[in-house]
Design a protein around this ligand. Structure first.
Ligand code: GLP
Length: 252
């Protein structure tokens, strides 16, 4: 089912697999139309199925990533890039090791830097210098965060060092042995960098995301719900499974 609400084009799918396939189709068409696309990529549990589907299509020779540049949304800080909880490790194992993207075209905020300010400035500059993000993939946190832009009293525009809030640490602790092991900080693209993307595709799956999805679509635009700012972007496609869409289906 496809519905439009405000600027949002919303696709409601039957399940996680269909959501992942639709999202993968969007990435693949973007790269076919513009082989030197700059892709903004996300981590978390949600896009894993999309990455699998992209790899499947790559193996069938349907898409070529040799000219693509990628910019990841965020990365824990500090963390060794070899740590299996780092987003560098996640991206290598879930996507990059399986497609023909060039190593030098991959960008992930440097979780090992001693100079956070310089790293953040460089990250924004690199994105600007290569013409900005063509297609940004986003997930959404249970608390409405995008990237690691947590609910706050203002929108943080640029790449920055973010303090993760309790809810996010709790949600991410499912990937760690102990809650104490979850990093407390992360480097994240800012809201300004995300909003500059030419096109955005946001994915959400499962009932735990339903409230955040409802607030993003129908709520007031406010930094307390970072994803609500997407209401002001002109090209956002939201792909949901039925559970994530459960609170918006009857509201339209
Ligand atoms: C994480 C990431 C986000 C991600 C979100 C949801 O903390 N920083 O980029 O979109 O939280 O994660 P998941 O897809 O695992 O629910």
């Amino acid at each position: 089912m496809n519905i439009n609400i405000g600027n949002f084009k919303i696709i409601i799918t039957e399940n996680y697999e269909e959501m992942s396939k639709k999202a993968s189709d969007m990435v693949i068409s973007q790269v076919i139309i513009k082989p030197d696309s700059n892709l903004g990529l996300a981590t978390g549990g949600t896009p894993v199925g999309m990455y699998k589907e992209i790899i499947r299509n790559y193996e069938l020779d349907r898409v070529d990533f040799s000219k693509v540049k990628s910019f990841n949304l965020d990365e824990y800080y500090p963390i060794s890039r070899d740590n299996n909880q780092s987003y560098t490790y996640y991206m290598n194992t879930n996507l990059f090791n399986h497609i023909n993207i060039l190593k030098e075209n991959i960008h992930i905020p440097n979780s090992e830097t001693n100079n956070v300010i310089e790293e953040c400035e460089n990250y924004d500059k690199m994105m600007e210098d290569c013409g900005g993000i063509d297609l940004q993939i986003l997930g959404i946190g249970n608390n409405g965060h995008i990237g690691f832009n947590e609910p706050d009293t203002y929108f943080e525009a640029r790449t920055h060092l973010a303090d993760l809030n309790k809810e996010t640490i709790e949600a991410n602790s499912r990937y760690f042995e102990k809650k104490e092991d979850v990093p407390k900080k992360a480097l994240s693209m800012g809201i300004g960098s995300i909003m500059k993307a030419k096109k955005i595709v946001l994915l959400a799956s499962g009932e735990s995301k339903a409230k955040a999805v409802e607030k993003m679509i129908f709520g007031k635009i406010e930094p307390g719900v970072p994803a609500s700012i997407l209401q002001l972007h002109e090209d956002v496609i939201i792909i949901l499974d039925k559970e994530a869409a459960s609170l918006i289906i009857n509201k339209k």
